[in-house]
Design a protein around this ligand. Structure first.
Ligand code: NDP
Length: 273
């Protein structure tokens, strides 16, 4: 039957670990990529409580997984568990892809920063970037923007967390709520994803100062977040969390499989219903 797929003894396994993880569109994105390339691979979502993260990561090595993606809230903890880290993961202190080596060792990578830059494309000339949040995604986003030569400020509801991250990355910290936007605003909080869609992570009038808005948060049902809707209503170029999901997922796909990602199939899959 057309479209039928079989999982068998030779099927290679990958997946995503989060807590919770039911909102994730990574399974449909990666499974669509495997189908597009006719690969005998399967990708599953695995809810893992924080206190079981290390056991789960050692478990995927024992079970012969090729690797897993790691999402909220595990990215920083995963960086402390992996046996080795890529330069990007080490510099961001955050891991979103764990690769299982032939020796069973866990290698931590982050594709969040590079994937976000790929999704944004052309960066606004001048005017800096304001990153909202101080967790793993904010850390990866701020480090990637800084490395791309952008002046970065970090604002988070726990101002001490923003200050500490800014100090570590040698960028600026801004108060919470931020008093002004920047040419590029990146939301790296779950606001708009968890809870009500219409909630914004910054006072809406501040958006008037932005040229590009990038929302890492995305809705499980694929609907617009409040931030993306507000940006589009103002004619501001908006890069949504699904664009970023595909950006980071395409790089992760290549790391997991060694093959170039079928990006068009992945984009269609994440926006399909
Ligand atoms: P973390 O839990 O590591 O960090 C979340 C940050 O947001 C923390 O600073 C947290 O503050 C802050 N925050 C949480 N709730 C609120 C709130 N209601 N108001 C203001 N600030 C808040 O998460 P991650 O960094 O891993 O992920 C952040 C978001 O980005 C998630 O929604 C995640 O799904 C999304 N994401 C999407 C990607 C994509 O491909 N589209 C890639 C990576 C992440 P505090 O410490 O005080 O709780």
């Amino acid at each position: 039957m057309a479209g039928e797929r079989r999982i068998g003894g030779a099927t290679r396994l990958a997946g995503v670990i989060g807590w919770p993880v039911d909102h994730s569109r990574s399974p449909r994105m990666h499974n669509a990529a495997f189908a597009e390339l006719g690969m005998d691979w399967a990708y599953v979502a695995m809810p893992v409580a924080p206190e079981r993260l290390e056991a789960a990561l050692r478990g995927i090595a024992a079970l012969g997984f090729a690797g897993v993606n790691v999402t909220i809230p595990h990215k920083q903890a995963a960086a402390g568990i992996c046996d080795e880290l890529s330069a990007a993961a080490s510099s961001a202190g955050s891991v979103n892809t764990v690769l299982v080596g032939g020796d069973g060792l866990l290698r931590g990578e982050t594709t969040d920063g590079r994937g976000m830059l790929d999704a944004i494309g052309e960066l606004p000339a001048g005017g800096g970037a304001l990153v909202l949040g101080a967790g793993g995604a904010a850390r990866a986003a701020a480090a990637a923007l800084r490395d791309a030569g952008v002046r970065v400020a970090i604002a988070a509801r726990r101002e001490d967390a923003a200050q500490e991250l800014a100090r570590e990355l040698e960028v600026e910290a801004a108060p919470w709520p931020p008093p002004a936007a920047a040419a590029l605003v990146v939301n790296a909080t779950p606001v708009g994803q968890a809870g009500a869609a219409h909630e914004l992570p910054l006072p809406e009038p501040l958006l008037d100062g932005a040229a590009v808005v990038c929302d890492l948060a995305y809705r499980g049902d694929g609907a617009e977040t409040g931030l993306i809707a507000a940006a589009r209503a103002r004619g501001i170029r908006a890069v949504d969390g699904l664009d970023v999901l595909v950006g980071q997922g395409a790089i992760a796909f290549r790391l997991l499989t060694g093959l170039p990602a079928p990006v068009a199939a992945m984009q269609a899959a994440v926006r399909d219903g």
